[in-house]
Design a protein around this ligand. Structure first.
Ligand code: FAD
Length: 433
């Protein structure tokens, strides 16, 4: 016979959004149960943090444990982003930026990072249940009831005053409540792995920066190279399916992803040179169609956090930042609800969260259309504008004082036009000399 338990808040999923929400709620003294279907440490993709994350980790009381274990887990100190397109190079140092706040962060192995956050949330008093899976939710009641299967597959129910869905790509509530709404990005695929990078004495390579490389033959495709501190890197390539098909990708179960990845890499001279001694020693994985959206992010007794709400695209490493921001915005409102105060979730949660996501979105769109790539690789960029772009790349997308955030799309168009014209003038003057 199943039993009915009770608690203040249940959080579905113990990724960064779940653990940070749990820690923030524990700080306010609420009973929190976090239900996680996997066992930690478990692999997760998304290793490059942005400096803005540090603010949210600190707010939740989670930064100290990350810093304290950085050496043990070979987390890599990160201070910026480097870009490569053919022989063109560019880099942004996040310490030189428009917005206030930290300019450095970590590149982390997510298995260990997520585990550290969850362990700290547990130390703060969260009841974490690994190996338990939420299978159904009745949200119609004032206090929702969840159906959960425990490690032995035994069913139980739990009634909560408020429910937070932090289930990431599991998207528990969007699926159960029919909240899914298509992302307006084309379907893209990522193929990725961890490698022994073998990079020695390469003066152009800076381990303290993520390296984003535009594919030599197709500017819509790009690679990430995210160094760790022990000679290893997370390495991935992202593109639409037609790109992979050109390299012989077939929709079959037995595709050799490692060979596919190596064929793609072979087409890129600069990156192949950098990785000439690399060893592919870990399973190559693939994910497709990860961009997702929902009709709305909250109701009177539930809210969606992190990827369970909207996920844009990996290109600017914004996922964990948005996940942590969502918890930081949602928890004070959960507090208000639990105190019996009224909350306008649209005005107080959804709109502020989506404001920053919209800024990231404008940059992601302009990356794939090529406009933002031309800004990034322009040598004619004004230093002040570089600082504003640097802020965005460092994750400060909610800083309303940054001039390039207002009407981000239009301003980016103008900026791209300016950079292109300045580059072509420069080229003409070189030719006439
Ligand atoms: P998750 O980290 O996905 O955690 C959700 C948890 O919920 C999981 O542990 C899961 O097991 C659990 N769960 C799911 N269903 C259930 C259920 N029914 N019951 C119980 N538990 C459940 N972000 C970055 O910041 N930097 C990057 O460099 C980066 N690179 C990326 C590259 C790719 C190819 C992709 C696809 C994403 C990348 N991201 C990156 C995004 C990042 O991975 C996510 O945004 C981030 O993990 C979201 O955190 P979360 O807490 O919302 O969800």
């Amino acid at each position: 016979m199943s039993t009915m338990q009770q608690t203040d808040v249940v959080i579905i999923g113990a990724g960064p959004s779940g653990s940070s929400a749990a820690a923030l709620l524990r700080k306010k003294g609420y009973q929190v149960t976090m239900i996680e279907k996997q066992y930690f440490p478990r692999f997760s993709i998304g290793e490059s943090l942005l400096p803005q994350c540090m603010v949210f980790l600190e707010e939740a009381g989670l930064l100290e444990t990350v810093n304290a274990h950085a050496e043990e887990y070979a987390f890599q100190f990160k201070n910026g982003a480097a870009f490569l397109r053919g022989e063109q190079r560019s880099f942004y140092d996040f310490r030189q930026k428009f917005s206030d706040g930290p300019g450095t962060t970590w590149q982390v192995r997510r298995a260990q990072f997520d585990h550290l956050l969850a362990q700290q949330a547990e130390k703060m008093g969260t009841d974490i249940r690994f190996g338990h899976e939420v299978t159904a939710v009745n949200i119609e009641l004032e206090h929702p009831i969840l159906d959960v299967n425990d490690e032995q597959g035994e069913h139980y129910q739990i009634q909560v005053k408020f429910l937070l869905d932090a289930s990431g790509f599991g998207r528990v509530l969007p699926k159960l409540l029919d909240l899914e709404s298509p992302s307006n990005f084309p379907v893209r695929r990522a193929v990725f792995t961890h490698i022994q990078d073998g990079i020695l004495d390469q003066p152009d390579f800076d381990r303290e920066k993520i390296l984003i490389t535009v594919h030599a033959k197709d500017h819509r495709a790009w690679y990430w190279l995210i160094p760790f501190a022990d000679g290893r890197c997370s390495f991935g390539v992202v593109a639409e399916q037609d790109f992979f098909d050109k390299y012989g990708f077939e929709h079959t179960q037995d595709i050799d992803l490692e060979q596919l990845f190596k064929r793609i890499l072979a087409d890129d001279e600069s990156l192949s040179r950098l990785l000439k001694n690399a060893q592919f020693d870990t399973t190559v994985r693939t994910l497709v169609g990860y961009s997702a959206n929902v009709k709305y992010l909250a109701g009177r007794n539930f809210a969606l956090l992190g990827n369970a709400g909207e996920f844009l695209d990996p290109v600017f490493s914004s996922g964990v930042t948005i996940a942590l921001k969502s918890s930081s915005l949602a928890v004070p409102l959960v507090d208000q609800v639990l105190k019996g105060e009224s909350v306008d979730w649209m005005e107080q949660y959804e709109q502020p969260l989506r404001r920053g996501i919209k800024v990231f979105r404008a940059y992601v769109e302009a990356w794939y259309s090529g406009e933002f790539q031309d800004v990034v690789f322009s040598q004619r960029q004004d230093e002040k504008i570089r600082g504003m772009v640097s802020s965005l790349l460092a994750g400060y997308a909610w800083d309303d004082t940054n001039p390039i955030h207002k009407n981000a799309k239009q301003r980016l168009n103008t900026l791209a036009e300016y950079c292109r014209e300045a580059e072509s003038l420069e080229e003409k003057s070189r030719e006439t000399k």
